[in-house]
Design a protein. Sequence first.
Length: 94
Amino acid sequence: MTMKLQNRSDYHHVALRFLLGMLSIWFILSFGCAILWRDWLDVHMPPIGHAPFGFWMAQQGSILGFVGLLIIYAIAMNRLDHRYLELKDREDAR
């Protein structure tokens, strides 16, 4: 019984840690690139189309980054679920 609770606790710990990491990346991508570093990006990065890079990140890049993070999150959580489901199945077989 304690092993099952330990695996559940491990699962939630790993899932929460991954979620906090993804939220940190999202914050840096959306807030940092779109607001804090916009002027620096305009000067030091190549333009996309006819728009400066900082403006593009504020308008489109943050949204595309968010969609990319959603895809990464879905894949990673499916792998995590399968890994802990296999551990649970092994325990139930004992």
